[in-house]
Design a protein around this ligand. Sequence first.
Ligand code: CA
Length: 331
Amino acid sequence: MPQNPITPTLPLDEDGKYHGFLRLPHSRNESAWGAVMIPICVIRNGEGPTALLTGANHGDEYEGPIALQSLAWELQPHEISGRVIIVPYMNYPAFRASTRVSPIDNVNLNRAFPGKPDGTATEKIANYFNDVLLPMADVVVDYHSGGKTLDFLPFACAHHLDDPDQQEACVAATKAFNAPYTLMLREIDNVGMYDTAVESQGKIFVTTELGGGGTATARSARIGRRGARNVLAHMGILNAEPEVERSRVLDMPDQDCYHFATTEGLVEPLVDLGDRLVRGEPIARIWPLDRTGVVPLEYFAQRSGILAARHFPGLIQTGDCLAVVATTDDD
Ligand code: CA
């Protein structure tokens, strides 16, 4: 088995606070012996659980990077028992390019797990997390948002899992994150996802969708910052009380939640995020791009609930996710 070429420039298991890099050799035209330097912060104080916190798994999502930069700056060893491993920019080349997938190899990190030690740059990053960092962790928080093409109601989510005990632990940590919404998610296609790698190693896993559109807001950044501290407090790593507000429960029970565009065009939204929909009510129109005088294609809610996600850019392509309607606990 080939060795993964990534080396950390800091100790991963010594008491104290360290800022450094995961160094991934990357020989290229601009730098023959160069490397991709992925920033990492490790804070440890004695025995206790390990939390692995990651942002920018997709490079155009910003709440995670903001929350984790802030945590890496503020958190001190004396505040914790155990270890916190912080990687704000997991897919660093994608983050630097403000793109979802890596500009080096066009690979989506969140479809590259368990990765390959001798694969492309992104496959090597996936493999390093899968084989080195994940086995160290008890709890994993991976921040997502909608990126440039989607916008979400701010939620933290857990997955429907085969192991009821593991699912219960994930749900408890997800509730502790305390986003305004908490969701039980069914993925469209979970093969190759970091989520699947984390969960298959038996870890407690929290993921989020905290906004989107390729930016962050003051509100979504605040939710992200509070969530990290709340999960650390929930796990007994951070000696503090979690800050808790009401979180509404969302569910996406089946494929009817997802609405996909069957034509390209100009999107006219008819509802906004958080708006209530009864099954059969219109969600959006898509107008033609090349002429007037043609009836728009209208899309209708396939189930009752609230609009939990929407396509972000003004133009849409055939096959794009137009809207997600989720059910709520007060339906
Ligand atoms: Ca994402």
